[in-house]
Design a protein around this ligand. Structure first.
Ligand SMILES: [Zn+2]
Ligand SMILES: [Zn+2]
Length: 337
């Protein structure tokens, strides 16, 4: 196989193409859902609008001020900050020996803890409760604490790290909070329950809680979609070129084989013709081919060594010697003078 390299590249490229295409499809879906999502004001018209749509809008956009229902929570690391969602992360920074033997910096999440208190997005006296805010795909929160502590490594740790391929550099603790009073955009499923409205994760597209406006969000997803489409086109072109190269190589090899076969046939034919011309017209019965008993013996079967066939019969008999029945490995033209 002289196209193994191309086949391996093609395999990798098709895999990347598949991943890019899936990502592109997702981005396209989200982008379309966002464009189609109505932007609704949090006022008296909202409940009417929901009632008209069968108490539910699958994907809608609202904007309002984060307001806790009840008491807000206090940030753990800076208690003066209050909010409604909180995420604490403990990350280990380390250098690890990578695939090619190089040391590269890595960040590994060691621990994550999340907390939430019920909250709503309010505008005036009215508000929409946000359910399951932590599951939002884009969740813009403020980092209220960020501390990095370098590790002090002993000589043993260094030696151990060299052999194990992982060396710790330090630990980073961060705390993020969605503060009460911040003005955000929420995108998700809107549902009317009695007189109250809530926003929750949708089945159409992911939920977002972001400081960006709807237009900015749409633009962001459009840009991501277009850059992914570009990757799909590049990967697709590479695949097409590789397929072309492989096909060309296969065609060339087949063509060579056909030409070789043609040449071989031509040579056999001309030898046969020369034989026919050179055949003595008069020869004894012992000199005749054992199969057709007409032409002279002209071919030797190997390894048994029996000269028993004429050229014409030798083309038909391929397996066993007609005299001793032993297996024919090869045949050669024999010239008896
Ligand atoms: Zn014969
Ligand atoms: Zn034989």
């Amino acid at each position: 196989m002289d196209f193994v390299q191309e086949a391996v590249f093609l395999g990798v490229d098709v895999l990347v193409l598949g991943l890019c295409f899936r990502e592109y499809y997702q981005l396209k879906k989200i982008s379309k859902a966002l464009k189609d999502a109505p932007q609704l004001a949090i006022d008296d018209t909202l409940t009417d609008r929901l009632r008209k749509s069968g108490n539910k809008i699958n994907y809608g956009v609202i904007r309002g001020t984060v307001t806790p229902i009840g008491n807000p929570m206090h940030a753990v690391m800076s208690p003066s900050v209050t909010g409604v969602l909180q995420i604490m992360k403990l990350n280990e920074h380390r250098v690890a020996r990578g695939f090619a033997g190089f040391w590269a910096e890595q960040r590994k999440l060691i621990h994550i803890s999340c907390n939430e208190v019920p909250f709503k997005l309010a505008s005036g006296k009215l508000g929409v409760e946000v359910v399951d805010g932590l599951s939002a795909e884009i969740l813009d929160m403020d980092t209220v604490y960020d501390n990095y502590e370098p590790s002090s490594l002993s000589l043993f740790d260094h030696i151990f790290g060299f052999f194990s391929g992982v060396r710790q550099k330090g630990m980073q603790t961060t705390e993020e909070v969605l503060r009460d009073g911040s003005f955000i955009t929420a995108v998700g499923e809107l549902e009317l329950d009695g007189d109250s409205v809530r926003l929750q994760p949708s089945t159409v597209a992911p939920m977002f809680l972001t400081t960006a406006t709807k237009n900015t969000l749409v633009k962001k997803f459009e840009e991501a979609k277009n850059s992914m489409l570009f990757k799909v086109i590049v990967c697709g072109t590479i695949s097409a070129v590789l397929v072309g190269l492989i096909a060309k190589k296969i065609y060339r090899r087949k063509k060579m084989e056909w030409e070789e076969q043609k040449l071989r046939d031509k040579l056999d034919k001309s030898r046969l013709q020369r034989r026919v011309q050179a055949r003595q017209q008069v020869f004894s019965d012992e000199q005749r081919c054992v199969v057709c008993v007409d032409n002279p013996k002209e071919v030797i079967c190997l390894p048994c060594g029996h000269v028993c066939l004429c050229e014409n019969c030798a083309q038909k008999i391929k397996l066993n010697c007609p005299v001793c029945r032993s297996k024919i490995e090869t045949k050669a033209a024999a010239f008896i003078t």
